[in-house]
Design a protein around this ligand. Structure first.
Ligand SMILES: NC(=O)c1ccc[n+]([C@@H]2O[C@H](COP(=O)([O-])OP(=O)(O)OC[C@H]3O[C@@H](n4cnc5c(N)ncnc54)[C@H](O)[C@@H]3O)[C@@H](O)[C@H]2O)c1
Length: 331
């Protein structure tokens, strides 16, 4: 059987690099494109160490039509896994045009070239941020959508474009709505490398653990949750990329959004405690006031992923912490 070739956009990024490894190990040939705006080829060096060979990489921007045309001319893609995008919520509030131009504009160019070359099979990286903040967790895919920041809006707009495209039955589209990806590859060669102040909790705690920052700022302890701090659903990055393989192999025409989380909720203070006991080190923290836009609870109902994709998370939160720590301390 001929090996299927898939395009991975944003494949030198945090989740994309894990996906390149997982798809290659599952027997696909991957072609990664990335403009390296939020990553470097170090990630691909790590991928090469894990696989024992270097997968195909082409540097370029998904907004660059000539670049896309060259790549689609060079390879006969079976489908696309679309990670490329900017992801910092705070930055998106300051630079909404950049976010719309990069994420929405780039995705439109990508879908346009896919249509031109008859490649109509795609898995898109969406996010739980597309859910309206008034919904009560556990969140299900049919709940009300609505966003509170430009980053989330770009994800929702791209979902809507894909939904429109998939009215044509030749398209097979899955939007995976990630909850909070954490952890790293067990090899320690690839993981999350935040640029500047980490947006996500675990990298922030790790920064404190390695002495890069003094303390974790806990935004609010007066939410209506077990201990008053916000609760989230943390999904291991290796489980997350396995979900992409299942989603890619789930062939159905039309548009399907699917939650990818664990359905388990962990508070900020619980996460700090879990890291402390996993790495046997005290983590300093300070409770401060709530951050605008944050909600008390956000966790997934994952029944649809189980039902359609036969996928469920298998790694424990301790696995994710230990792998994340292994990666950070190796660096
Ligand atoms: N990490 C999370 O917490 C999280 C949660 C939900 C959804 N997502 C989404 O998952 C995807 C991957 O996230 P990640 O954490 O790996 O982010 P990341 O920043 O590590 O990876 C994204 C990659 O896309 C590249 N990129 C950005 N714009 C590009 C463009 N115009 N052309 C080509 N390459 C471009 C960046 O250089 C980067 O390597 C993103 O779309 C993100 O919005 C991430």
């Amino acid at each position: 059987m001929t090996q299927k070739i898939i395009l991975i956009t944003g494949g030198t990024g945090y989740i994309g690099s894990h996906a390149v490894v997982a798809f290659e190990q599952a027997g696909y040939q991957t072609v990664t494109i990335d403009n390296l705006s939020n990553s470097s080829l170090d990630a691909f060096d790590g991928v090469e160490k894990i696989l024992g060979y270097r997968p195909i990489f082409r540097q370029g921007d998904i907004r660059d039509w000539d670049f896309l045309k060259g790549v689609f001319f060079e390879f006969a893609f079976d489908g696309v896994i679309h990670f490329a995008g900017l992801k910092a919520v705070g930055e998106s509030c300051k630079k909404p045009i950049l976010y719309h131009n990069n994420n929405v504009g780039g995705s439109i160019e990508l879908f346009r070239i896919m249509e031109e070359y008859g490649v109509r099979h795609i898995v898109f990286s969406s996010s739980a941020t597309v859910y309206h903040p008034d919904n009560q967790s556990p969140l299900t895919e049919d709940m009300r959508l609505g966003t509170t920041n430009p980053y989330g809006t770009t994800k929702l707009v791209i979902e809507k474009i894909l939904e429109d495209l998939a009215r044509d039955a030749q398209w097979s589209v899955i939007s995976l709505r990630y909850f909070n990806p954490i952890g790293a590859h067990p090899s320690g060669y690839i993981g999350e490398i935040p640029s500047g102040i980490p947006n996500n909790l675990l990298p922030y705690i790790m920064d404190v653990a390695i002495g890069k920052r003094d303390k974790v700022l806990v935004f609010g302890d007066d939410y209506d949750t077990r201990d008053g701090t916000g609760v989230r659903d943390y999904i291991d990055v290796c489980d997350l990329v396995d979900a992409h393989i299942s989603a890619y192999e789930y062939h159905d025409s039309g548009y399907t959004p699917i939650n990818i989380g664990t359905g388990i909720w962990v508070s900020v203070l619980e996460m700090i405690e879990l890291v402390q006991s996993a790495i046997d080190q005290t983590i300093s923290y300070e409770i401060t006031s709530r951050r605008s836009g944050d909600i008390a609870e956000c966790y997934a109902n994952v029944s649809l992923a189980k039902k359609l994709l036969w996928w469920t998370a298998t790694r424990t939160i301790k696995d994710s912490i230990m792998n994340g720590w292994n990666f950070v301390s190796n660096r």
